[in-house]
Design a protein around this ligand. Structure first.
Ligand SMILES: *[C@@H]1O[C@H](CO)[C@@H](O)[C@H](O)[C@H]1NC(C)=O
Ligand SMILES: *[C@@H]1O[C@H](CO)[C@@H](O)[C@H](O)[C@H]1NC(C)=O
Length: 135
C-alpha cells in the first residue's frame, strides 16, 4: 500500500514536470473574426459568450481610409456620437490595438460615420479568474 502510494506520487511529479500548468496568458481578440471591423457586422453577437479579462487585447483590422476606432462615453455610445471621444485608438495603418488594461466597460465605435452600419462594440473587462487550486 505504502509502496504504491510512492509510485503514484512519483508518476504525478513526473507528470507535473512534463506538463506544467500553463500560465494564464493574455488573449488577443481579432474583432469580428474574419469579418474584421466593417459595416453590417453584428458586434453584439460577436461579443456574446466571450469573457474579456484584464490584460487582454482587442485587435481591429479595417480600411484605414474609411473607418477608425474611438472610445466614447456610455451615453455617446448609445447615441452614436463621436464628436468628443474619450480616446482615439486610431494610428493610421488600419490595424489598431485596444489594450483592455482596466476592469470596466469599454464603449468603442467607428467615428467616421458615427457607428456606420452598426460599427459599435462594447465589452466589459473582468478580473481574471483565480488559478486552479493546488492538488
Ligand atoms: C485619431 O488619431 C489619428 C492618428 O493620430 C488621426 O489621424 C485622427 O484624425 C484622429 N481622429 C480623431 C477623431 O481624433
Ligand atoms: C491603459 O492603456 C492606455 C493606452 O495605452 C493608457 O493610456 C492607460 O494609462 C493604461 N491604463 C492603465 C491603468 O495602465
Amino acid at each position: 500500500m505504502a509502496r504504491s502510494t510512492v509510485v503514484i506520487a512519483a508518476v504525478v511529479v513526473a507528470f507535473l514536470v512534463a506538463f506544467p500548468v500553463p500560465e494564464v496568458t493574455a488573449k488577443k481578440y481579432l474583432v469580428g473574426d474574419k469579418k474584421f471591423w466593417n459595416p453590417d457586422v453584428n458586434y453584439a453577437a460577436w461579443v456574446q459568450g466571450k469573457h474579456f479579462y484584464l490584460g487582454d487585447w482587442l485587435y481591429f483590422v479595417f480600411y484605414r481610409d474609411q473607418h477608425n476606432i474611438l472610445e466614447v462615453s456610455k451615453t455617446d455610445y448609445e447615441r452614436c456620437i463621436s464628436n468628443h471621444p474619450l480616446r482615439n485608438y486610431t494610428r493610421g495603418a488600419g490595424r489598431d490595438i485596444v489594450p483592455l488594461n482596466e476592469t470596466r466597460a469599454y464603449y468603442l465605435l467607428d467615428g467616421r460615420g458615427g457607428c456606420f452600419h452598426g460599427m459599435k462594440l462594447s465589452v466589459t473587462v473582468e478580473t481574471p479568474p483565480p488559478p486552479p487550486p493546488p492538488m
